[in-house]
Write a protein that binds this ligand. Structure first.
Ligand SMILES: Cc1cc2nc3c(=O)[nH]c(=O)nc-3n(C[C@H](O)[C@H](O)[C@H](O)COP(=O)(O)O)c2cc1C
Length: 386
């Protein structure tokens, strides 16, 4: 079987260089410090700053031109009911609790994917479980989550403010693969009122066996059960399956077929990779966890998958692209290879609070350069089977 890794080529590392206040002062400070701790600190700071429109004004001091960048040409519509004012979301894992949505929105993101949310509170794996080197992150968090009821309190507020939220759902560690479907349904039932879309996480490498749920026998059941539940509740939310970048093309084809058969809206590509060669390149050989961020090989893996899904389904499935995005060029590549929305996680640490404005301003320049009137018309223009 051809593994997607073999379809890739590696290039040199590509950490963005900048001389902003963040790069001169904050980023050097973060190096060699406990990455998870400072991540939590940043999330709390954003949650506090996003407490009210007044406190959120302070956040604007951290971003370029002290204004949330917005332009109608960047507006993306998923379907008649779901519009994002730009194609950039914060990816799952950055705000597992759903408490920082307004702060992130103020920085210029269109919204966030909250989670992964599991039914019951759980602490996750043993610490230390998150480290960053040269713009690349290794994490083995393992769905540390306050549980769905606690998340419900937080996302309630974001929804009131009209901020689009993807809710990324998963299973508790102790739940067997056979019973996993019940966990996904439970989180949907608890949080559907607050979701713009649902992301089904079957690809985290940090919960034992979770990635097996990408197999048709499990995935079809989960999608079917979520569809049945939505029918019963009288709602219709777009379902997205979040996949691993370590699938073979054959496995990816099976996922695509299942997603199409079960009428899900699309695929989120991709989660972190457990590729041992990549880990070794950063001195992490043998360590558990998944890699993501600004590594050229990882970025190429994800881009290949985004392009493949878009091309194979001729745009029938929506693709949300996530993996190594930190610049407007990265986002543009992902969009022109087939992603309707893109997400950033590690890039926030690498570039700082001005990342969304920088990327969105850069996307506008690309639209002007290519003579394209709206970002929707850029989706897939460089995909291989166009
Ligand atoms: C610290 C950290 C925690 C993450 N937690 C989750 C998670 O809970 N659920 C999930 O679906 N993906 C999670 N991810 C994966 C990201 O959502 C994303 O797919 C991946 O990191 C690629 O994006 P990036 O290169 O911008 O980091 C996590 C990633 C990181 C770095």
């Amino acid at each position: 079987m051809t593994c997607i890794h073999h379809a890739l080529f590696a290039t040199t590392t590509n950490v963005p260089t900048e001389s902003s206040f963040y790069h001169r002062n904050v980023e050097p400070f973060l190096q060699n410090r406990d990455s998870e701790r400072w991540h939590i600190f940043a999330r709390h700071a954003l949650a506090i700053a996003g407490f009210s429109p007044l406190t959120a004004q302070f956040l604007k001091l951290c971003i370029d031109e002290h204004t949330r960048f917005c332009d109608p040409r960047l507006r993306i519509t998923l379907d008649q009911k779901r519009t994002f004012d730009n194609p950039l979301l914060v990816g799952a894992g950055w705000d597992k609790t759903g408490s920082a949505a307004y702060g992130l929105y103020t920085l210029g993101f269109a919204g966030e994917e909250t989670g992964t949310v599991v039914p019951l509170p759980q602490p996750g794996n043993q610490k230390p479980r998150q480290e960053v080197k040269d713009g690349v992150c290794l994490n083995s968090l393992g769905f540390n989550s306050p549980g769905m009821l606690a998340v419900q309190q937080n996302v309630y507020r974001a929804q009131n403010l009209g901020i689009p939220l993807g809710i990324n759902i998963g299973k508790n560690k102790e739940t067997s693969l056979e019973n996993a479907v019940n966990d996904y349904v439970a989180v949907l039932r608890c949080l559907y009122l607050y979701a713009t879309y649902i992301a089904i996480n079957v690809s985290s490498p940090n919960t034992v066996g979770l990635r097996d749920l990408q197999q048709t026998k499990f995935l079809a059941d989960i999608l079917q059960a979520l569809n049945d539940t939505m029918r019963e509740l009288g709602i219709l939310l777009p379902l997205f399956v979040k996949i691993s970048p370590d699938l073979t093309f054959q496995q990816l084809d099976e996922v695509i077929d299942t997603v199409l058969l079960q009428h899900a809206a699309g695929i989120i590509a991709a989660n972190t990779t457990t590729n041992e060669l990549l880990k070794a390149a950063y001195g992490w050989q043998g360590k558990s966890g998944g890699i993501s961020g600004n590594d050229p090989t990882y970025k190429r893996m994800v881009l290949t998958i985004v392009d493949y899904i878009f091309s194979k389904t001729k745009g029938q499935l929506q693709v949300i692209g996530v993996g190594g995005i930190s610049t407007a060029d990265d986002a543009w590549n992902m969009i022109t290879h087939g992603a309707s929305l893109v997400q950033v996680v590690t890039g926030i640490r690498n570039i700082g609070p001005s990342i969304a404005g920088k990327i969105n301003r850069g996307l506008m320049k690309q639209l002007d350069k290519e003579g394209i009137d709206n970002i929707i018309n850029a989706v897939g223009i460089h995909a291989s089977r166009n």
